[in-house]
Ligand binder design. Structure first.
Ligand SMILES: Cc1ncc(COP(=O)(O)O)c(C=O)c1O
Length: 241
């Protein structure tokens, strides 16, 4: 069967996925890959995992395996709401949407927001997985400037002034791939700018809980609540699989 001839046109926009290539290498014995944000398997607290699985089965019984609200299992959304509170974000459980990792949100955001030719403003360079999620919907990209303190706010303002931007995609803390973190002063400025231009920001925050030194910085979501879709994940602090 020639499956190639059956593929949808949009698949021609799906390039060889760099993350898939990285993950192929990661599973080889003896390889410690620094190419992706892959937790060390020794960091998985297996005893705690066993206890938690047992607790879930005791508490929720068959409910743990049943279809449920598409937005996600309510007790989990309640706990995510508590976790968000610790990051300064007020979100009721009803405002929380659970997906398979943050990649699932990026896919959903792309499907819901991007029409062919829409402009997305990005840090350059940016996270490959986000581009993989966005590309099939045929956006165009506007690259914004970064320096050691992260996104340059003037570049954001210039971009919003000169282009009709559908949304801005940023990884403000420990950005992938540069590792840069946007300073507090710049976060405040960015929040002001997106409010001034009535722009939407997709704030991808997988790494802020992995801070080992220095001050935690508030998500931009806390400064421009209505203008930000905040995306986070348990892949890096609990387990990705
Ligand atoms: C910036 C960024 N966003 C999203 C993800 C995807 O995270 P998840 O494993 O939860 O899909 C990663 C993973 O490396 C990432 O670096």
């Amino acid at each position: 069967m020639d499956y190639q001839s059956l593929l949808a046109d949009r698949t021609t926009l799906m390039k060889v996925n760099a993350i898939r290539e990285i993950l192929k290498v990661v599973s080889r014995p003896g390889v410690v890959s620094l190419a992706g944000g892959i937790p060390s398997p020794e960091s998985f607290p297996m005893e705690i995992f066993r206890e938690l699985v047992d607790r879930v089965l005791t508490r929720y019984d068959s409910g743990a395996f049943q279809y449920d609200l598409t937005e996600g299992f309510l007790p989990l959304r309640e706990q995510v709401s508590v976790l968000l509170k610790s990051r300064g974000i007020t979100a009721s459980p009803e405002a929380v949407h659970i997906t398979s990792g943050s990649q699932g949100v990026l896919d959903a955001v792309a499907k819901l927001l991007i029409s062919k030719g829409d402009k997305i403003a990005l840090e350059a360079p940016t996270y490959l997985g986000a581009l993989s999620a966005f590309n099939p919907y045929e956006p165009t990209y506007v690259r914004m400037d970064m320096d050691d303190e992260g996104l340059v706010p003037e570049s954001l303002e210039e971009t919003l002034k000169t282009h009709k931007i559908k949304f801005i995609y940023l990884v403000p803390t420990f950005q992938n791939p540069t590792g840069r973190t946007i300073t507090l002063e710049r976060r405040i400025r960015i929040a002001e700018i997106i409010q001034k231009y009535n722009a939407l920001l997709v704030e991808d925050d997988p790494y802020s809980a992995l801070r080992y030194q220095g001050q935690d910085l508030p998500p931009i979501k806390t400064m421009a609540e209505d203008h930000v879709i905040y995306v986070s994940t348990l892949s890096k602090i609990f387990a990705p699989g």
